[in-house]
Design a protein around this ligand. Structure first.
Ligand code: SAM
Length: 300
């Protein structure tokens, strides 16, 4: 019997689809048809890969997990930054832990009144490769004098920082396995508390409420932060290329409540054009589904 290629998929030889696949759990996978595996490198910290695809544009993975795709990075980066900025629009000094792709600092740098952004990523290669292959998120990094890059472990950086140094800390990390593990410990959150001003806000990658592994990590992170900060909230966003598409950020603060102290008029007066974040999303993101509330409650 002659095997014929599926003409809808490929009409020209060699009848091959190159596919990147990520296992989301034992029985679920994300698969993206790619045009090209652009680059691969194993650093002392992690394996970095860049791919090119029609649907998602250029995207990169760390240890095989999707970090940033050109198609949906705006969702993650707008939600990790603007919620805090619209709660305390007077924020001037910002520390980003991780965030090597540059997307988070790009969004923060859009506020002209921000004075200083320290970005601390353990792996310089992530930053340099994103500057080369993902200018959409990293193109600004060596052009804005307010951005200071530090290549070291985020935990050691916060331990060496003086009290009250930052108005906002954003933990834009990988999952709590491998190099990212130290950024999910109580000691790390304690040090973050100490180096924040008395009006300080901490935003952290709070995992996902859907698949078992992420649920456990979400609960652990929540428990540790809740014990330290007087105001602790969780908000959600929807990002198609992360497992399940339903992800959370943590909002912890010494003074400001993201809903009671939300200042939509001030934020809107900045004239920052966004594609996902807006003042209604800000409020709505804190309204969590019942099963998520129950999971968070169960972590107490
Ligand atoms: N948006 C992404 C996500 O959640 O999938 C996060 C992307 S960002 C590229 C994560 C960064 O955290 C990586 O560049 C990694 O090198 C950095 N990182 C991991 N552990 C770190 C640590 N202990 N200190 C500083 N940076 C760290």
């Amino acid at each position: 019997m002659t095997t014929r290629p599926n003409e809808e998929i490929s009409t020209k030889p060699p009848y091959i689809d190159l596919v990147y696949s990520q296992r989301w759990d034992d029985n679920t996978k994300l698969s993206i048809k790619i045009n090209r595996h652009i680059y691969t490198e194993q650093t002392p910290y992690q394996r970095i890969d860049f791919y090119e695809s029609d649907t998602y544009g250029t995207f990169f993975t760390l240890d095989g997990l999707v970090m940033v795709t050109e198609k949906d990075e705006f969702i993650y980066h707008e939600m990790i930054t603007h919620v805090a900025m619209a709660t305390n629009p007077a924020i001037k000094k910002v520390l980003i832990i991780g965030g090597g792709d540059g997307g988070t600092s790009r969004e923060i740098a859009r506020y002209s009144h921000i004075e200083r952004i320290d970005m601390v990523d353990i792996d310089e290669r992530v930053v340099r490769l994103c500057q080369q292959y993902l200018p959409r998120t990293a193109g600004h990094l060596d052009k804005d004098p307010r951005i200071h890059l530090h290549f070291q472990d985020g935990s050691s950086f916060v331990n060496q920082t003086e009290d009250g140094a930052y108005d906002l800390i954003i933990v834009d990390s990988t999952d709590p396995i491998g190099v990212g593990e130290g950024l999910f410990t109580k000691e790390f959150y304690k040090a973050c508390y100490r180096i924040l001003t008395y009006e300080g806000i901490l935003i952290n990658q709070h995992e996902s409420p859907y698949f078992d592994f992420h649920i456990e990590e979400m609960q652990k992170a929540h428990r540790k932060i809740r014990d330290l900060f007087p105001i602790v909230k969780v908000y959600q966003y929807h990002i198609p290329t992360y497992p399940s598409g339903h992800w959370l950020f943590g909002f912890a603060s010494k003074k400001y409540d993201p809903i009671k102290d939300h200042k939509p008029e001030v934020w809107e007066s900045f004239g920052i054009k966004t594609r996902y974040y807006n003042s209604d999303i800000h409020k709505g993101a804190f309204a969590l589904p019942t099963y998520v509330l129950e999971l968070l409650k169960a972590s107490y």
